[in-house]
Design a protein around this ligand. Structure first.
Ligand code: SF4
Length: 316
């Protein structure tokens, strides 16, 4: 973390001592100006990508981790300026013993402190299995075709969409940071998944009436700054890692990007902006999604059976 205690004065207020050096911009900031810079960045991103309408009902996906809790605090603050919009927090309980229970309690406590309605949806109630039970059924890790995160990712995406519909949300705001976005883009390139590279953007398109649009107000906030925001604001969040975290490719890319950023400050922003510039051209060359109703659950699917039902079928 580029936090230091140099005697430099904050370059913004020019009064208080700087506590943070932002390598990619050269700014030295005091705590107050740092916090304001993050909030201004998020407001700027929301405006730039036209993420919300003045009367949107916004569901914030709150896992209980630093990024989602920081996003909840910032959106709760910015929403006060928009009396016709409303905010609701949604948490997906995957059913990970000893991990998700703590996160749920932290998410609920933050929502209560901010006066934000909190809605929880669980894998158990939606699918009949917790993630722990699913992983137990899929056999030893070495023999499994899919990683725990692959199961979790598909089922959580569906659960989040269902939760957003349950609370009548117009948009779902997720706390994907600049780091997450750049890692995901590079993973898609490394896997040759150009269709996904074209689709994963700061605001998803309206592709089906049953799919709630997703927005990513933190997509231009580096993860280290989202973490620092939570510390400076004294926000309580869960910092225990998920016991199933297993995305080897993401871990390799994260390490590579962090090394690059260390040597050449601003690398992550450069990659993010490059992808943003390339994306419109990609959208024109990838096949458009054709949706039909899943024969099993009736949710939008690209084939006769949606990915969620395919996975659940394999478990039985
Ligand atoms: Fe799910 Fe993987 Fe994230 Fe754990 S690390 S919550 S298994 S996606």
């Amino acid at each position: 973390m580029s936090v230091n205690s140099t005697a430099a004065v904050c370059v913004v207020c020019k009064r208080r001592d700087a506590f943070f050096f932002r390598p990619y911009s050269g700014e030295k900031l005091c705590k107050k100006c740092f916090v304001e810079s993050i909030e201004a960045k998020v407001r700027g991103t929301i405006g730039k990508y036209n993420m919300f309408s003045f009367d949107d009902r916004i569901a914030v996906a709150v896992s209980g981790g630093k990024d989602s809790i920081s996003l909840l605090h910032i959106l709760a603050k910015t929403e006060q300026a928009h009396p016709k919009s409303s905010l609701v927090a949604v948490t997906v309980d995957e059913g990970i013993k000893g991990y998700r229970d703590e996160a749920l309690e932290i998410a609920a406590a933050n929502c209560k402190a901010l006066g934000v309605e909190h809605h929880v949806v669980s894998f158990k109630e939606l699918y009949g299995f917790t993630l722990d039970e699913i992983i137990a059924r899929t056999g030893p890790k070495s023999e499994r075709e899919l990683t725990s995160c692959a199961y979790c990712g598909v089922l959580r995406r569906r659960a989040l969409n269902v939760a957003a519909r349950d609370v009548c949300a117009d948009k779902v705001a997720t706390a994907h940071t600049l780091d997450d976005e750049v890692q995901t883009s590079l993973m898609n390139i490394f896997r040759g998944d150009i269709a996904r590279l074209a689709k994963e953007k700061p605001v998803t398109d309206k592709v089906h009436p049953r799919l709630v649009r997703k927005v990513k107000p933190f997509c231009e906030v580096p993860e280290r700054e989202s973490t620092l925001y939570a510390y400076v604001k004294n926000i309580r969040f869960q910092d225990t890692p998920c016991p199933y975290a297993s995305e080897a490719l993401r871990n390799d890319i994260r390490a590579m990007l962090n090394r690059m950023e260390q040597k050449r400050a601003g690398t992550k922003f450069t990659v993010f902006k490059s992808i943003e510039r390339i994306r419109p051209a990609l959208v024109n060359v990838v096949e458009k999604d054709e949706f039909q109703e899943c024969v099993e659950c009736g949710e939008p699917a690209s084939g006769s059976l949606c990915r969620t039902c395919e996975m659940l079928r394999d478990l039985c």
